[in-house]
Ligand binder design. Structure first.
Ligand SMILES: NC(=O)N[C@@H](CC(=O)O)C(=O)O
Ligand SMILES: [Zn+2]
Ligand SMILES: [Zn+2]
Length: 423
C-alpha cells in the first residue's frame, strides 16, 4: 500500500495517510508502506465537493465543456462537482438526464447530475434516474429562463419529499425586483434591480414549503445575511459563493458587466456580514455557482449581458489565502468545502480524511501564494472576476487515489457519478 508521509491536516495534526487503491486505509503515525509522497509538513485537505457548477454541456460548449470544466476543477482542488439543470436541453426528463450523464463521463473528477423543474418536466422518468438532487429549482428567471410559479414549486417539493431527494433552490422573488433600476444603464443597476428583499422573501417561501412537506431543502448561493439567517431559521441548509464572500458592489466600476450574476453582488456591509457568518459556522457550504460565459457574450450592456461568473478553480485558493491571513481557520475551510457538503448530501465515502473514505485529496503549501490570472486558469471562458487576487493553489489533486492534477499536468483517469458509487 502507498503512503503519503508527514502531512499536516486541517486541525494541525501531523500524520501519515495510507492508501489502499482508491481508498484511505489508515491515518496515523509511522505507517508501513511504499512512499508515495513526502508532504514535508504541507497541508493535506479533503478535496472540495462543489455542489453547484454549470459545465454547459449539452448545449453551450462555447462557454465550457465537461473536459475544460473538470480540468479547472482539478487544478483548483475540487474532486467532486454537481452540475445544474439549465443546459440545452434542460435536465428535466429522464432522457435529458441520460444525455448529460453520458457527456459527464468525460469528467476528470467525480460528479453528480441534478434534475430540474419546468412546466414541461417529466418527474416520473426523472426520478427513475440517480439524481444528485432536485435543483437548482429557479424561483425567478436566471440563465436558461427556468423560473417557475409558486404552485409548481410546491408540487415539485412535495414530490421530492416523497422520493427522498433533497431540493436545492435559487431563491429570488421577481415580484420584489426594483423596476426603478431599469432606468439606469451602469453595472450597479443589476444589484439595484435584484434586491436583497427579493432573496429574503424567496428563502422564507422556500423554507415554509419545505416545512409543510418534510422535504430537505438547501438554499443555493445565498448572497445576504438576511438570506442566510432565514434559511437557518427555517431549518434549511445554505451555501454561499466565493464572489459574494470576496466581491461587493464596490467592485462593479472595475468589473462592469463581468460582475453581473444572480443573485447580484451586494453592498460591502452585507458582504462583510455574510463573511462573518462563514467564520461563525452559520454558513454550511461554500459552492461556486461556476457559471462561465465567453468574453464576447459578457461584453454587452448591463441589461443584455448574460448573468454568471466562473469560480470552480479559484474557490479553494481564495479560502486558503483567507486562512493564511488568519481570517478563517483551516478547519472551517475543510468543513464548508468538504465535510459539510458530504454530510448534507449524503456522500458517506467523501469529504473526510479517515479510514474507509475515498482518497480524494489535495496537497497545498500554505505559504505559496500566487496572483490569480485568468490566463493561467483552465475554464474555457478564459477570464475571472478575481483577477489579481491572491490565491493558494494545490500542488496536486487526487481523485480516488489517482492524480487528476499534478504540477500543471492532468491525469488520464475519469470521474464517476457519485450517486452510482456503492458505499
Ligand atoms: N448565477 C448566475 O448568474 N448564472 C447561472 C444560473 C444561476 O445559477 O442562477 C448560469 O447558469 O449562468
Ligand atoms: Zn442560481
Ligand atoms: Zn447556478
Amino acid at each position: 500500500m502507498r503512503v503519503i508521509r508527514n502531512a499536516a491536516l486541517a486541525d494541525g495534526r501531523r500524520v501519515d495517510v495510507r492508501l489502499d487503491g482508491g481508498r484511505i486505509d489508515a491515518v496515523g503515525d509511522d505507517l508501513d508502506g511504499e512512499l508515495l509522497v513526502d508532504a514535508n509538513g504541507k497541508r493535506l485537505l479533503p478535496g472540495m465537493i462543489d455542489v453547484h457548477v454549470h459545465f454547459r454541456q449539452p448545449g453551450a460548449s462555447q462557454k465550457e465543456t465537461w473536459t475544460t470544466g473538470s480540468q479547472s476543477a482539478a487544478a483548483g482542488g475540487v474532486t467532486t462537482v454537481v452540475d445544474q439543470p439549465n443546459t440545452n436541453p434542460p435536465t428535466v426528463t429522464g432522457a435529458a438526464f441520460d444525455e448529460k450523464d453520458e457527456l459527464a463521463s468525460e469528467s476528470l473528477v467525480d460528479y453528480g447530475v441534478n434534475g430540474g423543474v419546468t412546466e414541461n418536466w417529466e418527474p416520473d422518468s426523472l426520478f427513475e434516474r440517480p439524481l444528485f438532487a432536485l435543483g437548482e429549482v429557479f424561483l425567478a428567471d436566471s440563465t436558461g429562463n427556468m423560473g417557475i410559479d409558486a404552485a409548481l414549486f410546491a408540487a415539485a417539493v412535495e414530490r421530492a419529499a416523497d422520493e427522498d431527494v433533497p431540493v436545492t433552490v435559487h431563491a429570488e422573488d421577481a415580484d420584489l425586483f426594483s423596476e426603478d433600476a431599469r432606468e439606469r444603464s451602469d453595472a450597479d443597476a443589476w444589484s439595484a434591480y435584484r434586491t436583497p428583499e427579493a432573496e429574503e422573501a424567496a428563502v422564507e417561501r422556500a423554507v415554509a414549503v419545505a416545512e409543510g412537506s418534510g422535504a430537505q431543502v438547501h438554499i443555493a448561493h445565498t448572497s445576504t445575511p438576511e438570506g442566510v439567517d432565514a434559511a437557518r431559521a427555517g431549518g434549511a441548509t445554505c451555501e454561499v459563493t466565493p464572489h459574494h464572500l470576496f466581491l461587493s458592489r464596490d467592485d462593479l466600476p472595475d468589473l462592469g458587466t463581468f460582475g453581473r450574476m444572480n443573485p447580484p453582488l451586494r453592498s460591502e456591509e452585507r458582504r462583510e456580514a455574510v463573511f462573518e457568518r462563514l467564520q461563525s459556522g452559520a454558513v454550511d457550504v461554500v459552492a461556486t455557482d461556476h457559471a462561465p460565459h465567453t468574453r464576447e457574450e459578457k461584453d454587452a450592456g448591463i441589461w443584455d449581458a448574460p448573468s454568471g461568473v466562473p469560480g470552480v478553480e479559484t474557490a479553494l485558493p481564495l479560502l486558503l489565502n483567507a486562512a493564511r491571513e488568519g481570517e478563517l481557520s483551516y478547519e472551517r475551510v475543510r468543513d464548508v468545502t468538504a465535510a459539510n457538503p458530504a454530510r448534507i448530501f449524503d456522500l458517506p465515502r467523501k469529504g473526510r480524511i479517515e479510514a474507509g473514505r475515498d482518497a480524494d485529496l489535495v496537497l497545498v503549501d500554505p505559504e505559496n501564494v500566487q496572483e490569480i490570472r485568468g490566463d493561467d486558469l483552465h475554464s474555457k471562458c478564459g477570464w475571472t472576476p478575481f483577477e489579481g487576487f491572491a490565491g493558494v493553489f494545490p500542488e496536486w489533486t487526487m481523485v480516488r487515489g489517482e492524480f487528476a492534477y499534478r504540477e500543471g499536468k492532468f491525469g488520464s483517469a475519469r470521474g464517476e457519478n457519485v450517486r452510482r458509487q456503492r458505499s
